[in-house]
Write a protein that binds this ligand. Structure first.
Ligand SMILES: [Zn+2]
Ligand SMILES: [Zn+2]
Length: 71
């Protein structure tokens, strides 16, 4: 009986890219898989990114939609 669990604790190991608009690194950004990332403030200020009445935002680089902070 071998309990060989590769336990990789990812509690604080995940890092988010810094905001592409204001270059802040708040520790969390709304990032897209293509590399685009915005902090919460910049995302809220970019009204043209918002879709569906403010529930989702659309990545301007690849067009993928993501759930935003205004759920
Ligand atoms: Zn920002
Ligand atoms: Zn994208």
């Amino acid at each position: 009986m071998i309990s060989d669990k590769t336990t990789r604790t990812r509690k604080s190991g995940r890092t988010f890219p810094s905001c592409l608009a204001c270059h802040a690194d708040p520790g969390f950004t709304w990032a897209c898989g293509c590399g685009f990332a915005l902090c919460t403030d910049c995302l809220r200020q970019n009204n043209d990114l918002w879709m569906g009445g403010g529930r989702t935002w659309r990545c301007p680089q690849c067009g993928k939609e993501h759930l935003g902070p205004n759920r």
